[in-house]
Design a protein around this ligand. Structure first.
Ligand code: OSB
Ligand code: MG
Length: 368
């Protein structure tokens, strides 16, 4: 296909409740959306980057700049662009995986729409709906946390993930276990907030029957994760550390994790995510689909990915109303703790023009 133009659109989406993690509080999700206009039609991709470089080194202004100045010019110059070729076209740029993923996804969306094929079918989905969990931020108090978890349990979520940090770990986990019982599927995510000195607090979580402990240590500290994994029976899961199929093989080989959180943005796209899925399956390592507080565009694609066979645990693929009063697409609505895998062509969701316009801060159009 030929690429005629690329829109880089900035939107601001108010969150229904503040989301606090060990790296800070978010009240609004600033999102960068990419739209490609090609000779076979248009396509959309959502960039996973947050407003500030606190989860990874990427952030919205940085992603916008690298797309505008380096990535989009390279794809615009490509005489015969395919989604499978995007990674090679962008290979000369180091890093910036979330920005690369956004453009690759938009090209893939356009290509699949032109072939009237859904992303799920293309990636190898084996399910028509996926089991959903919910990620619960650090609360002001244990009582407030229990109220929030109770709402999600009543809503039907199949598993709860608590954000933790040193000082907000054993007490909230114990309280949730006591209030909701041992059968609640429960896991925790530290977003790198621990180190060797605070590791004993994590060992104290071993008695609570958690599904997994996610990314307690720094992203480049596989060794510390392996040490913890050797000391506890709860599986250690990696998020921030896993940026490619090569990285996951190394992490598993070192004993740093036995479960993997897959986020397409962090891997540089859905195509690399399938490779991570495949090598994990071959190594006997289950994966699950993470989230980055996506709008309906990114959520639709994540749900398609989560329908692959080795996604064996519920994902952070929550319904639209967990994040937003109004989504930019038709909302994803939870039914019996599940969300349906989109069946329409491409990612299977598109922005509603009126909502999109109302939330837009800026659009920049780059042409051939
Ligand atoms: O670590 O999984 C994470 C949100 C933003 C950045 C990182 C993470 C998260 C979440 C929420 O945990 C996932 C979601 O519900 O989209
Ligand atoms: Mg995480």
């Amino acid at each position: 296909m030929k690429l005629h133009a690329v829109d880089l659109r900035r939107i601001a989406m108010p969150l229904v409740r503040p989301f606090r993690t060990s790296f800070g509080v978010q009240t609004t999700r600033e999102v960068l959306l990419v739209r490609v206009v090609t000779d076979v039609g248009e396509g959309w991709g959502e960039c996973a980057a947050l407003a500030a470089p606190v989860y990874s080194s990427e952030y919205v202004d940085g992603a916008h700049a690298v797309l505008r100045d380096h990535l989009v010019p390279r794809v615009l110059a490509e005489p015969d662009l395919t989604a499978r070729g995007v990674a090679r076209t962008l290979g000369g740029v180091v890093g910036h995986r979330m920005a690369k993923a956004a453009i690759e996804t938009a090209v893939l969306d356009a290509e699949l729409r032109a072939h009237d094929m859904s992303l799920g079918s293309y990636l190898g989905a084996v399910r028509t709906e996926v089991e959903c969990g919910v990620s619960v931020g650090i609360a002001e108090s244990v009582d407030e946390l229990l109220a929030e978890v109770g709402e999600y349990v009543d809503h039907g979520y199949r598993r709860i993930k608590l954000k933790i940090e040193p000082g907000w770990d054993v007490e909230p986990v114990r309280a949730v276990r006591e209030a909701f019982g041992d059968r609640l599927q429960l896991q925790v995510d530290a977003n790198t907030a621990y180190d060797a000195a605070s590791s004993a607090r994590l060992e104290a979580l071993d008695e609570f029957g958690l599904l997994l402990i996610e990314q307690p240590f720094a992203e480049d500290d596989l060794h510390q994760h392996a040490v913890l994994a050797g000391r506890i029976s709860t599986p250690v899961c990696l998020d921030e550390s896993i940026t490619s199929a090569r990285a996951v093989v190394e992490a598993v080989r070192q004993g740093a994790c036995s479960i993997v959180n897959i986020k397409a943005g962090r891997m540089g796209g859905y195509l690399e995510s399938v490779r991570v899925h495949d090598v994990c399956e071959a190594m006997g390592v289950p994966v699950w689909c993470g989230g980055m507080l996506e709008t309906g565009i990114g959520r639709a694609a994540n749900i398609a990915l989560a329908a692959l066979p080795n996604f064996r645990l519920p994902g952070d693929t929550s319904a639209s109303d967990r994040y937003y009063a109004e989504d930019i697409t038709d909302p994803f609505v939870l039914r019996d703790g599940m969300l349906p895998v989109p069946t329409g062509p491409g990612v299977g969701a598109e922005p509603r023009p009126d909502v999109l316009r109302a939330l837009t801060i800026d659009v920049e159009t780059l042409k051939r």
